[in-house]
Write a protein that binds this ligand. Structure first.
Ligand code: ADP
Ligand code: TRP
Length: 336
């Protein structure tokens, strides 16, 4: 089984990224062949400063390694080290109707937030489908906001296979965590673009300030409170055991338990949960050439898989394959 996922290097990673995506990437890293990449081509739709992009890529690499990615386990690489995906994106775009892309929630949501409606932003799902299909991925672990993109990749695989009468692409399926919708400080979805995040590596005063600013209702200290509708409780639940959750829910309902108390408990959980990763990150920062080597050496492994699939796709649509003859091996004897 091939497991694949990507994360955009578009800013500091936050609890939503961790509980919606990264946690399951780490959990699945030794099941089947896992491929995880830093989606730097995709990030160009929003990050258009070279120094920022390089810095963000480095931060994502550090974060994954610090959070437990086994450098000898999954194929962990930079998307742009495999430029074959951009060629496949072109092939897929020629069998994909504009209507499919016009239905993309993410495009509508991003342009509504003021992100420039570039051609790249519009065709973002085509490049994402190429990412998934070029590695013949079976399972794509993501947060809920990416589900529509995976469904589009399923559609594009089918359009291509049907158009050319060959099963070049495998149908990918998505996989969600049990927490695919982490709320931010203001109760909306936690997202870099809403400025409502708690960073995985936030610490000290900055972390405390953010936790204390989580929006709650205005119930006084003595009043009973509803855990189910409280952001602080939802965030606490990400870290707590069942017993701890039950205990906090009882305190909420019992009264004489203020939101300040709940925030302190949440703060302690966040600090404890990510302390080992913070330390590991500090160590990795002293050895950045190691981080670079992991990405560099894995790129060659990813590229080899990508070249083979691309050669089959080129072959299927009648382009002469120049990719090491892998396409030729798919020809029937009568075609040779
Ligand atoms: P952002 O919205 O901050 O830009 P990305 O779009 O880069 O985050 O998301 C990277 C991964 O993290 C995706 O798989 C996405 O589904 C997941 N993710 C992002 N925010 C959340 C959230 N609030 N809850 C759950 N998963 C999330
Ligand atoms: N669009 C994804 C995000 O914003 C990142 C991504 C790019 C991705 N290509 C992918 C995720 C392929 C899964 C599979 O989070």
């Amino acid at each position: 089984m091939r497991i694949l996922s990507g994360v955009q290097p578009s800013g500091a990673l936050h609890l939503g990224n961790y509980f919606g995506a990264i946690q399951q990437h780490i959990e699945l890293q030794h099941q089947g062949t896992a491929l995880y990449f830093i989606a730097d081509y995709h990030a160009l739709t929003t990050v258009q400063n070279a120094a920022d992009l390089r810095q963000n890529v480095r931060e994502v690499a550090l974060a994954y390694l610090a959070l437990g990615l086994d450098p000898k386990g999954p194929i962990f690489f930079r998307q742009s080290d495999v430029p074959e995906v951009t060629e496949l994106a072109w092939l897929l775009s020629t069998v994909t109707g504009i209507g499919l892309l016009e239905r993309a929630h993410s495009y509508k949501e991003k342009t509504a937030r003021g992100i420039k409606p570039s051609v790249g932003l519009f065709t973002y799902p085509v490049l994402m489908a190429a990412d998934i299909l070029i590695y013949r991925s079976n399972l794509v672990p993501v947060g809920r906001d990416q589900v529509q993109h995976i469904e589009m990749a399923q559609d594009m695989a089918e359009y291509f296979n049907n158009t050319y009468g060959r099963q070049v692409f495998t149908r990918p399926e998505y996989r969600l965590t049990s927490t695919p919708n982490v709320p931010g400080l203001d109760g909306q979805k936690m997202s870099k673009s809403y400025g409502n995040t708690i960073g995985i590596f936030d610490e000290g005063k900055e972390l405390k300030k953010k936790v204390m600013s989580i929006v709650t209702d205005s119930k006084g200290m003595e009043e009973p409170k509803d855990p189910a509708s409280c952001n602080v409780f939802t965030l606490y639940s990400l870290f707590a055991t069942e017993d701890e959750k039950r205990a906090m829910a009882e305190r909420y309902r019992g009264g004489s338990y203020g939101y300040g108390h709940a925030k302190q408990a949440l703060l302690a959980k966040i600090e404890a949960c990510f302390a080992p990763a913070r330390e590991k990150r500090q160590q990795l920062l002293k050895d950045l050439s190691f981080v670079e080597d992991v990405l560099g050496s894995n790129a060659a492994r990813a590229r080899e898989i990508a070249r083979q699939t691309l050669a089959s796709a080129r072959e299927a649509c009648g382009l002469i394959s120049q990719h090491g003859g892998a396409g030729n091996s798919n020809r029937s004897p009568s075609e040779k």
